[in-house]
Design a binder for this molecule. Sequence first.
Ligand code: PLP
Length: 384
Amino acid sequence: MIVQANRILPTPPILQPVETDLLETTGGAAMVWCGRAATALYWAYRIVQSGDTEAAQSEVILPAISCATPANVALLAGLTPRFADVDLETGMISLRNVQARWTPRTRAVVVIHLFGQTVNLRPLADWCRSKGIVLIEDIAQALDAHFPDGRSVGSAGDVSVYSFNESKILECGGGALLLRSNDLGRRLEHVLRSYSLPPETDPDMSALLAKSYRNLHHALVALFRLRADTGVSNFFLRVRATYEGLFLRSMKDPAALAQAWQGLRASVERRYRKAEIYAGKLAGGPWQLLNAWRKSGVCWRYSLLVDFNDPLASFSESVRHDGFHVSNLYWPVNQFFYPSDACPNADTFARRIMNLWVDDTVDLDWVRRCGECLWKRADRFKQN
Ligand SMILES: *Cc1c(COP(=O)(O)O)cnc(C)c1O
């Protein structure tokens, strides 16, 4: 189905092949198409709360390494976001870290396949089922990836959210929610009838607001890096509601996704080829290379954990100075939303992680030169 102008409609015929593909590879029961992963998360959170008499105090556990969107949308949907620490090797949550954050009010857990990496989710999925907790897979960075046992991402969660927006693996626009059972489908239909989407902000205004949101996030991450104090969180929590109009959106152009879908495999392979070049170029340097993309088959951003003690941000600045975009945009989101959920591993990870580009804005030669630049800058940097 697709939700447009507050109405639930059948999936447009042009999207049917994509829907069939996803349902077959994941074993899902139904799909709902929308404009953003953020919107799909909103519905997932509403499903979680449906039938919950104490919904106001319900909590969702999120990974401390993430963009701010999953937590922002949780607040919009009336859930309290809590944060699980991550493994130092991957930046992803594990069963143990989630259990440490469990309370009797926990209703859902979100797993993010960070940078395209996957880990075995069986133990977490079994535990969630035993506790009656909804497991949400966020596939925004891992479209077409598979788990270590070969099954497709989206096959472990009760629900899964997809993004086809800017910077993701397909950038044609749109998002989706995949539901594992027909019962969840019935709960969503009930939710959609009870909460109609607010009118959408007009596209020009949305684009400006989205830009302001990105700039704010970047500025606050830079500030957190320099001065880790809770005043930043208080400020952020005061202004965050200004951006809520951005999160709920319907799909504008189903035909664009149907078209882009045919190029998915080739696009994932082009990324993989670039990741292999980085891996060859960067082997043996003063950093630890994240390798899970080899097994998952998908590299969203090539990622490494830098070993220097000096601030990572100055190293990145020096690489950017040579004309290569690298990013350090991940900061423990618990520090924005819930600073008392201490996540020491996430803190260490965020101070070391560096992301390199593998998308179609860069070619193979650029990737080689970027790898060389990192070596050159690392040498100079260590001398200082
Ligand atoms: C980009 C991203 C989102 C949001 O996707 P939209 O389609 O822009 O709403 C959610 N979760 C993760 C992990 C992301 O990387």
